[in-house]
Design a protein around this ligand. Structure first.
Ligand code: UD1
Length: 310
């Protein structure tokens, strides 16, 4: 009998890639998604069950988790600016979902949950690279909610033995990332502007740095996190590349990969809660998951733009 996994947020950008990865491993998959930011078409051609509903509702989470072996929790509204604008909705989407899935895991006796957490938790702690043993310094509701989720998972490990891995993603990018909102991930927005022949907008001086990690590498981290033996029951692991690039350089790299001119940049004030520098230490993920990113930024950008991998 092939095991069944629940992917919460499976209709989203990262979630749909995780579904694909699990199916390729021969797993059965059930998706729970409210399609608030995800899209049913992201699951086209993928042989999985789909439940439409809000994971923050305990009854929905419980129904979705019936007969499930493992939960992959990627249900979120992943945006720092949106969390400032709608803090209550953000709490519902980014924290209540975690509580509700923990309750569902307890009810059904599910052993392991893989949680999509965020590097935003580190805030502007000056030390680089960011390592998991550093003091969290969240500077947005989004970061707070992700941190609270990790804390709740640690409590669940103590209370009823739930094994969990919180993957602190740095900046994930790749095909299917949705550029339709002003809050969308910077690479999805840049790729669209490039395609439309428009000039980029930089928030601040563009010299802030980010550690961009390609979505297929994030999928491999999820698959490993669901199956490896854990050194402690509630693990926290960074998932990035261990290299960072400024946003100005990111645009230049994207233009180079696409063979286009960089054009005239447009600068706007820095965003509230925007972290200045971000770069992951991935030593712990390497040790515990055997995680090693396989895609360079250029390779990932080419695949995102739909070009052959350089
Ligand atoms: C943050 C988190 C990330 C989380 C994500 C959820 C950090 C370091 N990273 O990403 O882990 O998953 O929130 O949304 O906290 N920018 C521009 N022009 C644009 C768009 C963005 O200059 O048109 C800049 C932003 O100001 C930011 C950078 O590009 O400095 C990256 O922005 P974005 O892709 O939105 O992600 P983060 O806010 O870094």
């Amino acid at each position: 009998m092939i095991g069944l996994d629940l992917v919460v947020g499976g209709g989203g950008f990262i979630g749909s890639h995780v579904v694909e990865g699990l199916l390729a491993e021969g797993r059965q998959v059930r998706v729970l998604d409210d399609f608030s930011t995800g899209h049913a078409h992201n699951l086209d051609g993928l042989d999985c069950q789909v439940m439409e509903g809000d994971a923050a509702e305990e009854s929905t989470a419980r129904a979705a988790a019936a007969d499930v072996e493992r939960i992959f929790h990627l249900g979120a509204r992943p945006s720092v600016p949106w969390s400032f604008e709608f803090p209550e909705l953000a709490e519902q989407a980014n924290y209540q979902t975690t509580l509700s899935l923990i309750a569902a895991a307890q009810h059904h006796g599910i052993r392991r949950l893989v949680f999509s957490s965020s590097s935003a938790i580190y805030g502007d702690a000056p030390k680089l690279p960011k390592a998991e043993n550093m003091q969290p310094a969240p500077q947005s509701p989004y970061a707070e909610h992700k941190l609270q989720g990790e804390v709740a998972l640690a409590a669940a490990a103590k209370d009823f033995g739930l094994e969990s891995v919180s993957l602190r993603y740095f900046n994930v990018f790749g095909p299917r990332q949705d550029p339709s909102s002003p809050y969308s991930g910077v690479i999805s927005l840049f790729a669209r502007w490039l395609h439309e022949g428009k000039n980029p907008t930089f928030y601040g001086d563009g010299l802030q740095t980010r550690d961009f990690v390609f979505v297929k590498d994030v999928v491999r981290a999820n698959l490993a996190a669901a199956s490896v033996p854990l050194s402690t029951p509630a693990r926290i692991l960074n998932i990035g590349c261990g290299r960072s690039v400024s946003i100005l350089d990111l645009w230049a790299t994207l233009c180079r990969v696409a063979g286009k001119e960089t054009g005239e940049p447009h600068f706007l004030p820095a965003r509230q809660g925007d972290v200045r520098h971000s770069c992951a230490s991935i030593a712990r993920a390497q040790q515990e998951l055997g995680f090693q990113p396989q895609f360079t930024l250029e390779q990932g950008l080419a695949l995102t733009l739909g070009f052959p991998q350089p």
